[in-house]
Design a protein around this ligand. Structure first.
Ligand SMILES: Cc1ncc(COP(=O)(O)O)c(C=O)c1O
Length: 392
């Protein structure tokens, strides 16, 4: 990255008082505000400079009536997917949705019925469970397995669950929180399996731009036989725009697309936010250099964190994640229960991490740290954790 870009990302920015959940929400969620916020998945980096300029330009117009920017946003997204991921997407396959979690709900509601089994792979992003529970579907858990410390899908278990009648699987790709970038071979095996059993596949790819160490996350629609898969994407995670609420549901199969389009329209959520559309379009058009720099910055933070933990806090285990800017940390070696570990982190280390239980029971004893922040925050957070553990 250029020195200018490093300076841009490195500059500390006080987010307090900006209605920001990550920092302003600390008091409400963690009981005190004097914490280093290393939790929810948004970044402390300013977005692509051209996005800011485009939003300011539009804001200055001072008339914010109904918007009709969907076409440009879709074309820009298709361009990004082709350029960055080698994926051919017809802009007509893209449906607008306010958020990826909203899209998960639309998929569950429209493509399954009450009581249907939906497979998720714990530990996994909490709202996957909500999507199943809120729609009165049956949660079918196929936990990830660890072989030699490496996280893998349990294909035998998946097949058993599909054979037993599950109707849908929600995939997280790359996987939040374990940080796997699933390989093409793994994903092809999964697609072959869902096809064999007629299971609907919904792939949440919100973290796909964060494949580290030169990896590329194979996009689900790039696989043989994946025409019926539903791919959920968003510029909001990639470019730090989550407050603008804009995302996409991408479906090649015309019948499934129509079903999902109806589901979005039924709750009247198909009209984009004026600023969301502008931000998405501009980010996908001009965001390449910024994105490369952020991935590099996050990778450096990850390497720093892994090295620090190995050297200074060997009781905590972690592996360098392959994707996402989130690090999944195993605190079980400390022998503390979850409540005591949280109390130590909050009241003694003064850091806010994500409680592993947000990702399901498999997350007990684990915590997730957000590395998309200035290096100084990562360093101070880890030093505080080390000192709190030392003085237990
Ligand atoms: C896997 C995953 N899906 C979805 C979301 C949220 O998406 P949205 O804000 O578009 O609802 C997140 C945010 O952290 C996430 O990690």
């Amino acid at each position: 990255m250029t020195p200018e870009m490093r300076e841009y990302l490195d500059a500390p920015h006080d987010r307090i008082g900006t209605n920001c959940e990550k920092w302003d929400g600390l008091e409400r969620l963690y009981g005190r505000s004097d914490l280093i916020a290393l939790w929810v998945a948004d970044m402390d980096f300013r977005t692509v400079p051209q996005v800011r300029e485009a939003l300011v330009r539009r804001a200055e117009h001072a008339i914010y009536g109904y918007t009709d920017d969907g076409e440009r946003a879709r074309a820009a997204e298709a361009g990004w997917l082709k350029r960055r991921h080698g994926l051919d997407v017809d802009p007509d396959w893209i449906l607008y949705s306010p958020g990826v979690v909203d899209s998960l709900y639309f998929c569950v509601g429209a493509l399954t019925g009450p009581g249907d089994g939906i497979v998720v792979q714990p530990p996994v992003y909490g709202p996957f469970y909500n999507a199943v529970r809120l729609y009165d579907r049956a949660l079918v858990r196929s936990p990830l397995i660890r072989e030699d410390g490496e996280w893998r899908m349990d294909f035998d278990d998946l097949e058993a669950k599909f054979a037993a009648g599950a109707k849908m699987m929600i995939l997280c790709s790359p996987h939040n929180p374990v940080g796997r970038v699933w390989t093409r071979a793994e994903l092809q095996r999964l697609v072959d399996l869902v096809n064999r059993y007629g299971v609907a596949l919904v792939s949440d790819e919100i973290h796909a731009d964060f494949a580290l160490d030169g990896r590329k996350q194979t996009r689900i629609l790039a696989l043989d036989g994946a025409e019926r898969a539903v791919m959920l994407t968003s510029a909001t995670k990639s470019f730090n725009l989550a407050g603008l609420r804009q995302s996409s549901i991408i479906v090649k199969d015309a019948a499934i697309r129509k079903t999902l389009k109806n589901a979005v329209e039924r709750v009247h959520a198909a009209s984009p936010n004026i600023f969301g559309g502008i931000a998405q379009t501009t980010a996908y058009q001009y965001g390449d250099e910024w994105m490369d720099a952020v991935v590099e910055y996050v990778t450096e933070n990850r390497d720093f964190a892994v090295e620090f933990i190995r050297r200074e806090i060997p009781e905590i285990l972690c592996r360098p994640q392959e994707g996402t800017y989130l690090m999944w940390m195993d605190f079980r070696g400390l022998g503390m229960n979850q409540a005591d570990a949280i109390a130590m982190l909050v009241n003694r280390a003064h850091v806010a991490l994500n409680d592993g239980l947000f990702f399901g029971e498999e997350g007990r004893g684990w915590f997730r740290m957000n590395l998309a922040t200035q290096r100084d925050n990562v360093a101070r957070g880890l030093e505080n954790i080390r000192d709190a553990i030392r003085s237990r």
